[in-house]
Design a protein around this ligand. Structure first.
Ligand code: ADP
Ligand code: MG
Length: 322
């Protein structure tokens, strides 16, 4: 379908066509062409869609959106320990507006350059604003980090800090009010998440299971536990918080950290004896990691505070259809 103001093909040529680097054929033909992976490597593939009104507000900054659309996809590659290679971009836009497209492409392609991932194709159509990316990465066969490898006795770890995106969302929704510096810090985490790509790769052969935290820590932990057929005990006050979040009332902090979402940190498990290897991987990836609990043979999820007292789990995970 053709978009008014700027033609569909002008738009693709102006904003999304760059000289192919790793790809044999990039944007411009009916298919992209990528060289086969080196022996022993396999292709990791993931798609994530961002829908206006659902994942972002109509007035969202286009530069941030370009960043976030790719960051959330890179986070899936990080979660399996894959190295980013290439991605496609399917774009529905209400209008071909250069004032939106220019900063969107800049935000998108700056992050692509930072993670050495190449835009090799896509599709562009008029319609309600919707961004759908597919990322391709490479991972040595049999070394992909999976959700299903956690074993009783493993330590549960999380990268970075969690809860900031939910803290910013609560302010934007009017649930609470943040001061200017707390809002700036939290909003940056919500709008421009950092995918933990280096950490994911460093954890290959070290972590027993991994998942990225996109829908809330407890919800995503639930997926990992289900896939691994185990349970867990989480020490809720050990979950790392930014300075802005640590300064919030306790129940708000817990809500943001446990049921927040949009964190894009890695939640992973490793045998207790591998703690030094986990810390070495984290140092290599220059990413902080924190132990927050342990995997139990008994199913289900138990929350405890720093004194070991049971904390009621009133923190549901996020589900688009509930
Ligand atoms: P076709 O008609 O063969 O599906 P299109 O006309 O949709 O091809 O797209 C032309 C070329 O531009 C293709 O190489 C396609 O991959 C690329 N392309 C289309 N939209 C985008 C986009 N948003 N980002 C990057 N490449 C795109
Ligand atoms: Mg097409």
């Amino acid at each position: 379908m053709t978009i008014p103001t700027l033609g569909e093909f002008d738009l693709i040529a102006r904003y999304f066509t760059r000289t192919a680097r790793r790809a044999t054929v990039g944007v411009g033909d009916d298919c992209a062409l990528l060289a086969a992976l080196p022996a022993g490597e396999q292709l990791a593939v993931s798609t994530d869609m961002l829908v206006e009104g659902r994942h972002f507000l109509p007035g969202a900054d286009p530069r941030d959106l370009g960043h976030k659309a790719l960051a959330v996809n890179l986070s899936d590659l990080a979660a399996v320990g894959a190295r980013p290679l290439a991605f496609t971009l399917a774009l529905a836009l209400p209008a071909a507006d250069p004032l939106w497209l220019e900063p969107f492409a800049q935000g998108l392609l700056a992050l692509a350059d930072a993670f050495d991932i190449e835009l090799v194709g896509g599709d562009t159509t008029a319609g309600p604003r919707n961004l759908c990316l597919t990322v391709l990465g490479s991972v040595p066969a049999a070394q992909m980090l999976r959700r299903g490898g956690a074993r009783a006795g493993d330590t549960l770890w999380v990268s970075g800090t969690v809860g900031d995106a939910r803290l910013a969302l609560g302010h934007r929704r009017g649930e609470w009010t943040l001061d200017a510096s707390a809002l700036r810090a939290a909003a940056a985490r919500m709008d421009r998440p950092t995918p933990r790509v280096a950490l994911g790769q460093a954890l290959r052969g070290v972590a027993s299971a991994a998942i990225d935290v996109s829908d809330g820590l407890l919800g995503d932990l639930g997926h990992l536990l289900h896939a691994s057929a185990v349970g867990a005990t989480v020490e809720v006050d050990a979950v790392p918080a930014s300075a802005a979040l640590a300064a919030q009332p306790r129940q708000r902090r817990r809500l943001c950290q446990l049921a927040g979402g949009d964190d894009y940190e890695l939640l992973f498990t490793a045998p207790a004896a591998a703690a030094d290897a986990v810390r070495a991987a984290a140092a290599q990836a220059q990413t902080a990691v924190t132990p927050i609990g342990r995997i139990d043979a008994a199913g289900g999820l138990r929350l405890v505070d720093a004194e070991g007292r049971v904390v009621d789990n009133v923190f549901p995970g996020f589900d688009h259809f509930r």
